[in-house]
Write a protein that binds this ligand. Structure first.
Ligand SMILES: NC(=O)c1ccc[n+]([C@@H]2O[C@H](COP(=O)([O-])OP(=O)(O)OC[C@H]3O[C@@H](n4cnc5c(N)ncnc54)[C@H](O)[C@@H]3O)[C@@H](O)[C@H]2O)c1
Length: 453
């Protein structure tokens, strides 16, 4: 009796071990596509499912739908292998697969509540499929309680034998493939069998430790990791502003403080963007189908980081005044609209708010980013030097590698008189900027006069 009960489990386990299990990845965004291609690369047959037809067409034509290191190469190799297919049809893809991995977005709404629309739609589709003998995994970040309250009721139907785990993704965009391989992986198991199957599967793409835990801990761990970073960045931002008040340089302060074995100050900057950090603390505090949890530190840190673009805007205005430049009609070059270095993603980028404030004030805003043409209303210019030419002020909002290679003398020579550099990411050394004739301003260091209103 026990043998026959265990048969579907053993069959799937053997299929996973022999790479004969067919995988469907639902949601081919920054997480889903690199995950799908990692499994193809390790020898599995994978179908990538997405509702976005434009994205599906791009991938079918061998094009990268977004900036990601080695993505183009992985897409080409997967096409050669003939083990990767893409589709907009979830039902068909699920029916033809043994393993389903859900990687759809789980954003927040305008009124800062978790938006589970995509996840609900996927769960609804799954509930109409025959899930017998299948392993269903969820990688999307979830508000605590969602796996148990939303996912499981949809997929666990009577008389069906299937397995499920919550396997949060921890990758950093831009380095997805290496991160999938080298970052330890958390598996939140629903039961022992589910955990065994998920571990067998992820072992084939992860070279780091695989940590099994309960699905409840796994769900919260993902959100706490990002909350930890958000709070630490907020602390660095606040200390940066304190440094400005005291007239000392944050970089020097952190060099000294971080020599302490138990201190690791993060770096201040223009604010926090991207698909995860600005929303995961809110997911943490908004359990599935329950009231928001009260928080003193996490919510205030979030709000503090959200206000950093206003601080940068104020630094820009003060620097222009200091050099007797008229704020209205001044020419400002914004370098970097992606939310972080060497990616094309502009989701929740601090650049958007800063550019909007500058435009509202009547500034002439030129924008460059080597990885995205998003200008947020500013005039996009592909060439960095053309962007900077005849500007009054350059503000660096993203520390792309391309910017690190710039020669400050060439920049200042091409700009209007009394050039200003607002280097929110500390790409350049202050002394180097002084030598090139810049008024140098950063978050965490400047020599500007009193705050203006
Ligand atoms: N991007 C990251 O760096 C990162 C890192 C770790 C975890 N996460 C989490 O992973 C999840 C996915 O994030 P992402 O950045 O890849 O999102 P994304 O927006 O880049 O991609 C999601 C994809 O899902 C597709 N989709 C939406 N509804 C669908 C449906 N019903 N059926 C099929 N496809 C559908 C969308 O068209 C989109 O292509 C989120 O929960 C996110 O918080 C993201």
């Amino acid at each position: 009796m026990e043998d026959s009960l265990n048969k579907p489990f053993e069959e799937l386990k053997v299929k996973i071990e022999n790479k004969k299990a067919r995988i469907a990845i639902v949601g081919l965004g920054q997480v889903g596509l690199p995950t799908a291609l990692s499994f193809v690369n390790s020898g599995y047959n994978v179908t990538g499912v997405d509702t976005n037809e434009e994205l599906i067409n791009k991938i079918s034509n061998g094009m990268s739908p977004f900036q990601e290191k080695n993505l183009q190469e992985f897409i080409k190799n997967s096409q050669k292998s003939e083990r990767f297919h893409v589709s907009t049809k979830i039902d068909e893809s699920v029916e033809n697969s043994n393993i389903i991995i859900v990687c759809v977005a789980t954003p927040i709404t305008k009124d800062i509540k978790p938006d589970m629309t995509s996840l609900k739609s996927v769960c609804d589709s799954l509930s109409k499929c025959d899930l017998n003998g299948k392993l269903i995994l969820v990688e999307s970040s979830l508000p605590p309680g969602t796996f148990e309250g939303l996912v499981i009721p949809f997929i666990r139907k009577s008389n069906q034998i299937c397995w499920s785990c919550y396997v949060p993704e921890r990758l950093v965009p831009g380095h997805a493939f290496s991160e999938i391989k080298t970052t330890s992986r958390i598996i939140g198991e629903l039961d022992t069998e589910s955990g065994i199957l998920a571990r067998e599967l992820y072992k084939t793409i992860v070279q780091a430790e695989i940590i099994l835990t309960t699905f409840r801990v796994a769900e919260i761990s993902k959100l706490v990791e990002n909350t930890y970073r958000d709070v630490n960045i907020a602390l660095a931002n606040e200390i940066g502003i304190i440094c400005e008040v005291y007239g000392i340089d944050f970089n020097e302060l952190s060099r000294v403080c971080n020599s302490h074995p138990r201190v690791n100050l993060h770096q201040p900057g223009p604010g926090v963007g991207g698909p995860c950090l600005p929303k995961d603390p809110y997911l943490l505090l908004n359990p599935f189908n329950s009231e928001q949890i009260k928080s003193d530190i996490i919510l205030n840190a979030r709000k503090f980081n959200d206000k950093m673009p206003d601080h940068v805007f104020s630094l820009i205005k003060r620097a222009l005044l200091e050099k007797n430049k008229k704020i209205e009609n001044s020419v400002i070059s914004v370098l970097g609209t992606a939310y972080k270095a060497n990616v094309s993603d502009t989701r929740s980028s601090p650049a958007e708010k800063i550019i909007k404030q500058l435009l509202d004030l009547g500034c002439n805003v030129k924008v460059n980013d080597p990885n995205t043409e998003a200008g947020f209303g500013g005039l996009y210019e592909k060439n960095i030097l053309n962007t900077v030419k005849k500007s009054d002020l350059v503000v660096i909002l993203t520390d792309h590698d391309e910017y690190k290679k710039l020669d400050l003398h060439i920049l200042s020579d091409s700009m209007n008189e009394n050039p200003i550099l607002v280097d929110t990411k500390r790409v350049f050394d202050k002394k180097e900027a002084d030598t090139a004739g810049f008024l140098y301003v950063s978050v965490g260091y400047h020599n500007l006069k009193e705050e203006i209103n």
